[in-house]
Design a protein. Structure first.
Length: 246
């Protein structure tokens, strides 16, 4: 018996990086996965390689699109919220548009997705929500991650509130808080730096293990949290950071 046999799971930001790795890991463990993303090209690549994974173009910041998406879904066992955006800079470099965009992508998207998912989970009297945060949050302050860290801290509070409010409905809600992970998004940030070689070296240097995390390592934790093995776990921040939070 696979760990996620016949579970219906929705994964956002599944086109690349941690979202993609998690959607694949869920599918390999027997889940019925619907992978969503705003990027049609990356979703098509995912479905071509893994035909068992259903894909759906979805902008998780658009509430009407989300309502329409959920109107076609009867049962959700697990929601994995992986949508995220990394803004670089201090409060000085963060203007109001940066603030609003970061909160829309990182926090409001989860608010929209969870609000549409919960009625289905309440009706089932069982459900599981997993949210992506970061070590750069309420766990640790990192340089040049002002609004990113603020949004990721908000996700911790959001998760604990959901866990507390719906525990009697047999609904769990947990957070994954990675350190720096080697993903296409990370590669883009390195490439955009004034000195990419130095930026890469600096990213690795702040990891006590001396290397970046891998998307499949985060996905392995996501599989555990989505499985029945973690049924007694809720409202918890799960750091997976190569020692950054020690």
């Amino acid at each position: 018996m696979k760990k996620l046999e016949n579970k219906n799971i929705i994964v956002t930001a599944a086109g690349q990086g941690i979202g993609r790795a998690t959607a694949i890991a869920y599918s390999k463990e027997g889940a019925n996965v619907i992978a969503t993303d705003i990027n049609e090209k990356t979703l098509k690549s995912l479905s071509n390689e893994f035909p068992n994974i259903k894909v759906n173009i979805l902008d998780s910041t658009k509430n009407n699109d989300i309502k329409d998406f959920f109107s076609k879904i009867d049962k959700v066992d697990v929601l994995f919220n992986a949508v995220g955006y990394v803004h670089h800079g201090t409060i000085i470099e963060c203007d109001e548009n940066d603030w609003d965009f970061s909160f829309d992508v990182n926090v409001k998207s989860m608010y929209f997705m969870i609000k549409e998912t919960l009625p289905k989970m309440i009706k089932q009297n069982k459900g599981n929500i997993i949210n992506m945060s970061s070590i750069a949050s309420s766990l640790r302050g990192l340089p040049n991650r002002f609004v990113y860290g603020t949004t990721k801290a908000a996700i911790v509070g959001l998760t604990k509130s959901i866990a507390a409010d719906f525990i009697k409905n047999n609904i769990r809600c947990n957070v994954i808080a990675p350190g720096t992970v080697h993903t296409p998004s990370w590669e883009e940030r390195v490439a955009a730096a004034p000195d990419p070689a130095k930026a890469k070296k600096d990213f690795i240097a702040r990891q006590p293990m001396g290397r970046l995390g891998r998307a499949d390592e985060i996905a392995a934790l996501a599989v555990y949290l989505a499985s029945n093995e973690s049924d007694f776990v809720t409202g918890v921040v799960h750091s997976i950071d190569g020692g950054m939070s020690i």
